[in-house]
Design a protein around this ligand. Structure first.
Ligand code: NAD
Ligand code: ZN
Length: 368
């Protein structure tokens, strides 16, 4: 069944401009100068907290005295409260809106910058915009600089946030969320720990294999997915996934994977991964990899390839987190998994709840 996907997006939007290649970080100064109309124009930098003590990168950033630098907390994935707090901090320290927002880091930081840029011009609270096309005005001009490859957050029209009061994990899906400019400098991913590099890189692989195995298909999404998977295979089936060449390839795969997911749906891995995030606070990318422990019956070929890549790169995938739990926790896991209708219909059809009964979901979590 190859149906054209109805993502609700009638007219796909891509990132406006991107610069790619080693050393492109140095272009940031000129890009910002074009936006700084006067000496008093300020820029807000969201920088992954990993770089706080990495002088060789921080010293290269064109920060001026009127700018605001915020080191993003990456211990927890963004909450709506965190986004509101950062927005209020910026509003209370500056009279006018900044002329640009820069997000430099992994998916958490890229998403934080997107959300705050929207809130600064639209007003209200982050939770008001969780959903589809609720952001009415363009956000502040924003530049994304990924330092970790895989999520595709640099390319997509969403920024994932959790509302702790309602438990809703949903982004501001909007054309206004897309970055205006990207700087894709593979030099920046050199310092990523190997396990993290694998987990996040695999988000691109998993997004695309889920899309290609889905019922709802779209020719453009498929083309992006095929190329993303080809690059992931070159990287993760090679002897060392982190050579200069491979870090370059994975940065491209991440960007293309983000374009793919904007035109398609994920499948079974992401809903189970969301269950692990909601119940155990596991981060998105490691949670996806944990779910792969139980995916043999749904994605047999990709399952074999995934574990071949794990072995080849000598990385560690945690397991056993959801074994032997009490029934209340299995209820929570079940509810936070089957709620993801669109991806599960994409993977299993309209009657997915017949396949994913509570017992079946429990059995799958036991394998994770
Ligand atoms: P992350 O932002 O969670 O960071 C993971 C860790 O890597 C952190 O400790 C961070 O400090 C560190 N790190 C980042 N860059 C580094 C570097 N160059 N050197 C050393 N350490 C570095 O990483 P992620 O996996 O890229 O992002 C996950 C987030 O992305 C989740 O919040 C998820 O919801 C979101 N996400 C968003 C989209 C989207 O379309 N917007 C898609 C998928 C996932
Ligand atoms: Zn993902």
């Amino acid at each position: 069944m190859n149906k054209t996907l109805d993502t609700g997006i009638k007219n796909s939007r891509n990132v406006l401009r991107y610069a790619f290649g080693t050393g492109t970080l140095q272009m940031l100064q000129d890009l910002l100068n074009d936006k700084r109309e006067s000496n008093t124009s300020s820029v807000v930098f969201f920088i992954d907290e990993f770089f706080k003590h990495n002088d060789s990168v921080i010293e290269r950033l064109p920060v001026s005295s009127s700018d605001i630098v915020i080191y993003t907390n990456t211990k927890n994935e963004p909450t709506t409260d965190y986004i509101n707090e950062l927005t209020n901090t910026i509003k209370s320290s500056k009279g006018n809106n900044p002329c640009a927002v820069v997000g430099m880091g992994g998916g958490i930081t890229l998403d934080t910058a997107k959300a705050v840029a929207n809130l600064l011009t639209n007003g209200g609270k982050a939770e008001d915009y969780q959903g589809w096309d609720l952001v009415k005005k363009p956000g502040i001009y924003k530049i994304g600089i990924p330092t970790l490859s895989g999520t595709g957050a640099e390319a997509t029209r969403t920024c994932v946030m959790t509302n702790k009061n309602t438990g809703l994990k949903l982004g501001m899906n909007s054309d206004h969320t897309v970055y205006d400019q990207l700087i894709l400098d593979p030099e920046l991913t050199k310092t990523v720990p190997r396990n993290q590099y694998f987990y996040t890189g695999m988000d691109a692989y998993i997004h695309c294999m889920e899309s290609l195995q889905g019922n709802y298909r779209n020719a453009i999404g498929d083309a992006f997915s095929h190329q993303t998977l080809a690059l992931c295979r070159e990287v993760f089936l090679s002897d060392d996934m982190m050579t200069d060449e491979n870090r370059s390839k994975l940065m491209v795969a991440s960007y293309l994977g983000g374009c793919a997911i904007a035109n398609s749906y994920v499948g079974i891995v992401h809903p189970f991964s969301a269950g692990l995030s909601v119940v155990f606070n596991e981060h998105h990318c490691v949670a996806n990899c944990m779910v792969m422990n139980a995916m043999e019956e749904f994605y047999p070929e990709y399952y074999d390839e995934f574990w071949m890549m794990v072995e080849k790169q000598g990385v560690k995938i945690p397991s056993g987190i959801a074994k032997g739990l009490n029934e209340t926790l299995y209820d929570e896991l079940y509810n936070s998994t089957v709620i993801h209708e669109k991806p599960l219909i994409n993977a299993l059809g309209e009657n997915y709840k017949k396949i994913l009964s509570r017992d079946k979901v429990r059995e799958i979590f036991e394998k994770i």
